[in-house]
Design a protein around this ligand. Structure first.
Ligand code: BMP
Length: 259
């Protein structure tokens, strides 16, 4: 049964977070809801995969602190690549500290706020974390930046469940102009937000360290708008072929659900 979710058109026109309509139009025009989790340890590998698959993804997620040769300048190079191929850049920093500390971290040594369209944030410290990130941005950049709140996690035994997850949704409601949505495992929260779902693989059920996987179709059925896929792609013999398969299957499922 197909649930009666509001059509994309509602979110295109009514979103307070201006990156939501921007992302939805990228998704529609490129026919993709795939976010590549480019968890490479060299910047060269990230540049290479951008050129190879930039046309098939709507977002590229990095962990800048695993890239051995990363610098603020490399961040700006990534931003240029994202403009060339039209995708958003996500830094999966999972900011979790008090407002004043994350404010310094966001604009700090690696200038994450200069090159990442989106950053991920934990709710553990309360709404001051999101507020701190917001205050790091100059007024004119506020509409060009957004956060994803980690509401649920894909890993075995995650503590982000129940009342904790509900608390994260409440934080989101306080900052509808800055919160794009959630990293989650279900269609949690209000439909004005987008749900980004990791823990997706075409062939594995998990890894040896607690990660749990599902297929793209199952992720969409669980409520995903955007599919975050990492090692299934980056460890494949032919990453481009796997990206194309994830793009095709993920977008077909999402479109059919009418999210
Ligand atoms: P992989 O598909 O290779 O398992 O990678 C998943 C990516 O998504 C990793 O970068 C991880 O940090 C991130 N992630 C996750 O796996 N589960 C979550 O709940 C939240 C995440 O950010």
């Amino acid at each position: 049964k197909i649930p009666n979710y509001p059509m994309q058109a509602d979110r295109l026109t009514n979103s307070e977070c201006k990156l939501i309509p921007k992302l939805l139009s990228i998704m529609k025009s490129k026919q993709t809801n795939l976010c590549l989790s480019a968890d490479y340890t060299s910047f060269e590998a990230i540049e290479k995969i951008c050129h190879q698959v930039g046309n098939y993804i709507c977002a590229l997620k990095v962990h800048h602190d695993i890239i051995e040769d990363f610098s603020a300048e490399k961040g700006l190079m990534l931003k240029e690549l994202s403009e060339k191929y039209q995708f958003l850049v996500v830094e999966d920093r999972k900011f979790a500290d008090i407002g004043n500390t994350v404010k310094e971290q966001y604009a700090g040594k690696f200038k994450v706020s200069d090159w990442a369209d989106i950053v991920t944030v934990h709710g553990i410290a309360g709404s001051g974390t999101v507020e701190g990130l917001k205050t790091a941005l100059p007024e004119e950049m506020l509409q060009e930046r957004a956060v994803l709140l980690i509401a649920e996690m894909s890993s075995d035994g995650s503590l982000a469940v129940g009342d904790y997850s509900k608390g994260v949704l409440e934080i989101a409601e306080k900052f509808p102009d800055f919160v794009m949505g959630f990293v989650c495992q279900s269609r949690i929260g209000s439909d004005k937000f987008l749900r980004w779902m990791p823990g997706i693989h075409l062939a594995a059920e998990g890894d040896s360290l607690g990660q749990k996987y599902k297929l793209p179709e199952a992720a969409v059925a669980q409520g995903a708008d955007i599919l975050i896929v990492g090692r299934c792609i980056i460890n494949a013999d032919d990453p481009v072929a796997v990206v194309k398969e994830c793009q095709k299957r993920g977008y077909a499922a999402w479109d059919a659900f009418g999210y």
